[in-house]
Write a protein that binds this ligand. Sequence first.
Ligand SMILES: NC(=O)c1ccc[n+]([C@@H]2O[C@H](COP(=O)([O-])OP(=O)(O)OC[C@H]3O[C@@H](n4cnc5c(N)ncnc54)[C@H](O)[C@@H]3O)[C@@H](O)[C@H]2O)c1
Length: 294
Amino acid sequence: MENKDIKIAVIGAGSVGSTIAYTLVMKNLAAEVILVDINEAKEEGEVMDINDALSFVETGKIRGGSYQDAATADVIVITAGLPQKSGDQSRLELVNKNKEILKSIFDQIKPLNPEVKIVVVSNPVDIMTYYAQEFSGLPRNQVFGTGTSLDTSRLRTEIALALDINVQSVDGFVLGEHGESEFVAWSTVSVGGVLIKDKLGSDKLDEIAKKVRDDAKSIIDAVTTDIIESVLLDQNKVLPISSRIEDWNGVSGVCLGVPAVVGKEGVKSIWSLELNDEEKEKLKLSAEKIRGYL
Ligand SMILES: NC(=O)c1ccc[n+]([C@@H]2O[C@H](COP(=O)([O-])OP(=O)(O)OC[C@H]3O[C@@H](n4cnc5c(N)ncnc54)[C@H](O)[C@@H]3O)[C@@H](O)[C@H]2O)c1
């Protein structure tokens, strides 16, 4: 499929949705990007701003659209919802509110293109991905979330800085919930075939893991575009997206950040990877935490 045939819908024109739309248009990945928001003035303003920024470069097109437009898209990115606050009570309220928003979106995007790939960004992303699968009724390979992609990209940057190495030479993953119970799977983190846990002291590893979890800097637009590019260009990248797993390192039935092969069918497979016992325990705790909200 050439990009002239591709339509991407971004639902939610807030700060996350509009920067994702802008990055997608700049990368010319689709013939058309449509931005849909319940707040029409906001949607219109963001589309105008992006169009202004595009006047002098060769890119795809962007326009505002309706849920009916979104129904025929090849990729739908969900960014609608309230941003996450800290504290447990507010998290439960956030889950319920964003779940309601998600339900109302899928009630309106009908009939859905049966081949569409849904990329969920709204938080809590693992729980929203689970419900997006339920509400859309699509096969699970077609519905996934950004998962721990953002955290993994921060991890790679921190290691590159610590070792003065190009970031593209750093491999490895942050896994589990995108949130407090996420963990760096140090058994997977390497540079040039050398495990980082054998190279840096445990204090440094803890410092990096903490930075990765707490750092507020967000490059969610770059991360989401990378996932979509892997789908549209059938790149088969192994990315730590949120996907519903069955018996992966002993965990089943929830969506959380796991390394998956991402290509034209969406999630082609979950990469089979044996975590060590400590990491399996952390994955289990993360899954239990997520299950508690479902
Ligand atoms: N997964 C990640 O790694 C990651 C990173 C950053 C942000 N996020 C999440 O992305 C989401 C969006 O964040 P933001 O900063 O853009 O928030 P925001 O408040 O700026 O934007 C949310 C937008 O959603 C719109 N909206 C609400 N209900 C809607 C509906 N039914 N249909 C269409 N649009 C609707 C609102 O009008 C608003 O414009 C949040 O849930 C945030 O936590 C996720």
